[in-house]
Design a binder for this molecule. Structure first.
Ligand SMILES: *Cc1c(COP(=O)(O)O)cnc(C)c1O
Length: 401
């Protein structure tokens, strides 16, 4: 079921039946992330990447420290998006020399912290150049920098556009030559470029085209670079299926496009690294969110399973995290997997708002209070991307198993 085994009528997560896992965690609701599935996904991605390419993990997808530590042993580096994530990544076993830092509104203290830790800073604004120069001067080491480019091509096929058109992320391609001159005059250690066109892309052929377009843009911009090209980061954004209408990403065209980039890069800038930084794709499918049924109510003929978990922990699964169309994530009654009978129910959370709803009239095994509802595809943009203070319910547990 969604890649998880079933034993004794229960879903198996991290080798444990769901009820045993719930006992071990000690309370509901909770997130559980399957370490072996994450490792298997990393191996799958590695097989699709050119052997010389580096794979980074984008911490914002899931900053659970145990999970970040697990990934540190599997990938080649981490991408962070704030001083807080940088500190967490360092505490969790990441090495500054293998990290990059992207994000708008980077503040002086965060940039200093990055220079001190030897992190590669993806510059997204002219404003960052004098701040990095000052930090380099004070710390006695030149800031390592790359330019995050807002591409000039149009983006199609992403769930969430991060580049193309007017954007607060990165520097418009047409302004990059001037930025490269500023980087050169400030004496920063230029390494390369970062292009991240969008998130939740499920169309392999379109993603392959974006990779080719991004690479051509990098080739063109590199002509104005103040130093040799050493680093080309073509972003993350590989999507996972959330509903039955979604098809999994076809990696074949992506793999072919990256192989072509790697060959060209090797020819034009021998020794330069090609980096892919993935968040959702590495962890999204390995995580579940588990909530207990507190009440079963019938209102004018509609059955409601009211659970202790809701949008305050898993905003995305309720369709409220930037999704255009509100659709529910796949879910099951995880301790009744052997029941063939189905009833149509709506699954809601404990918050006093109609937004707090995981599913509307879905076919599930008939459930009673005490049963455990499992929401799949919950490993990315979960707890840390949800308004946990809303309505004052307790925080959820979050474990790697
Ligand atoms: C969010 C983000 C990622 C990861 O995006 P996914 O869609 O989860 O793969 C990668 N790089 C940067 C700079 C990001 O901001």
């Amino acid at each position: 079921m969604n890649g998880f085994d079933v034993r004794d009528g229960e879903l198996v997560i991290g080798g444990m039946t769901l009820s045993a896992l719930a006992e071990r965690v000690g309370r509901t609701p909770f997130y559980a992330h399957d370490a072996r599935r994450i490792a298997a996904r990393v191996a799958e991605v590695r097989a699709a990447l050119p052997p010389a390419a580096r794979l980074h993990y984008a911490v914002k997808a899931n900053p659970l420290p145990a999970l970040v530590t697990h990934l540190c042993g599997l990938v080649d580096g981490l991408d962070v998006a704030s001083g807080g994530e940088l500190a967490l990544a360092l505490r969790s076993g990441g090495q500054g020399a293998h990290m990059s830092f992207a994000g708008p509104a980077k503040q002086a203290a965060e940039l200093e912290q990055s220079v001190a830790a030897g992190v590669l800073v993806n510059i997204e604004s002219f404003r960052e150049v004098p701040l990095l120069a000052a930090a380099s001067e004070r710390l006695g080491r030149a800031a390592r920098v790359a330019v995050r480019v807002n591409p000039d091509f149009e983006l199609r096929g992403a769930g969430m556009a991060m580049g193309g058109g007017p954007k607060p992320f990165g520097v418009d391609a047409e302004q990059v030559p001037a930025l490269l001159r500023a980087i050169g005059s400030a004496g920063l250690a230029f390494e390369g470029f970062h292009v991240f066109p969008g998130s939740q892309m499920l169309h392999g052929e379109r993603l392959a085209v974006l990779i080719e377009q991004s690479w051509r843009l990098v080739q063109q911009l590199a002509q104005d670079a103040p130093g040799p090209l050493q680093h080309v980061n073509l972003g993350g954004g590989w999507g996972i299926p959330y509903t039955e209408a979604d098809r999994p990403l076809n990696l074949l065209p992506v793999s072919q496009a990256l192989a072509a980039v790697q060959t060209a890069l090797q020819r034009e800038a021998p020794g330069a690294r090609l980096v892919i930084e993935l968040g959702r794709y590495l962890v999204g499918e390995a995580g579940v969110y588990v909530a207990r049924v507190i009440d079963r109510k019938v209102s004018r003929g509609e059955v409601f399973l009211v659970t202790d978990g809701g949008l305050h922990h898993n905003l995305a699964a309720t369709g409220n995290f930037g999704q255009v169309i509100r659709r529910h994530y796949p879910l099951v009654v995880g301790n009744r997997m052997d029941t063939a009978e189905r009833e149509h129910v709506s699954v809601v959370g404990p918050l006093c708002t109609p937004l707090d709803r995981f599913a509307e009239r879905v076919a599930l095994a008939p459930a009673q209070p005490g049963d455990l509802v499992v929401v799949f595809q919950s490993g990315a943009y979960g707890a840390s991307a949800s308004p946990s203070a809303f309505l004052g319910h307790p925080a959820c547990a979050d474990v790697l198993v």
